[in-house]
Design a protein around this ligand. Structure first.
Ligand code: ZN
Ligand code: ZN
Length: 213
């Protein structure tokens, strides 16, 4: 375990009021500034210091405190298709057990098999009745964020030829593309079967488009 938790850290919560009686419940809300690196590095994330609204439910259980909650925040990133900045409201749910340190674990009987060697590393502990939500919050927000954020589902992105934004230029095309489609169509025509399918379909749609214009 690392250095002592600081109760002034907004992501550190105090369970003293909750108490240790199993079944005791406490609900609380807190608005905090986002910690550093809350998101997917270089893709999308909640800017440091931006508001994160936390809604928590603490439940006292035998071995510790079960924390269930939701974090709401606005993430900022860039559309992977058109590269325009975007904002996304995220609601990240989490549930985590914070265990009493073994030394004052009154709940567990000695007879219980010590089979938790392997998950010891993943176990989070209460420290003097305090717990730090930061790693839980970070994991939950990362999971709630899209790996490939788009400004809208049908964002047409950029022209693969010249990089112009297709959204602003719906009629945009290149003559060179038409020539290539024509060449593909000729190629497809000579293939009677077999690999014809893929190329053929693509070529047909390309040709249809050309003829409509
Ligand atoms: Zn976009
Ligand atoms: Zn173009």
């Amino acid at each position: 375990m690392n250095a002592h938790l600081d109760h002034r850290n907004p992501l550190v919560f105090d369970t003293h009021e909750l108490g240790r009686r199993p079944g005791a419940l406490q609900r609380l809300t807190r608005s905090v500034g986002a910690p550093k690196d809350l998101g997917l590095d270089g893709v999308i994330g909640v800017p440091e210091g931006a508001p994160v609204n936390l809604r928590l439910r603490l439940e006292s259980v035998m071995e510790g405190v079960l924390v269930t909650g939701t974090a709401r925040a606005t993430a900022e990133g860039e559309c992977v298709r058109c590269l325009e900045p975007l904002e996304l409201d995220v609601a990240a749910d989490f549930q985590e057990m914070f265990s009493y340190p073994a030394a004052d674990d009154r709940g567990r009987s000695k007879a219980e098999p010590a089979d938790d060697d392997e998950d010891d590393e993943d176990t989070l502990y209460l420290e003097d009745g305090l717990f730090d939500l930061e790693s839980v919050l970070r994991d939950a927000v990362v999971l709630a964020l899209p790996m490939q954020p788009v400004c809208r589902e049908d964002c047409p992105g950029l022209c693969p030829q010249c990089g112009i934004r297709l959204d602003e230029n719906p009629d945009h095309n290149h003559d060179a593309v038409d020539i290539r489609w024509a060449a593909l169509q000729g190629l497809a025509g000579t293939n009677q079967d077999g690999e014809k399918d893929n190329i053929g379909d693509a070529a047909e749609s390309g040709v249809d488009e050309k003829q409509e214009k």
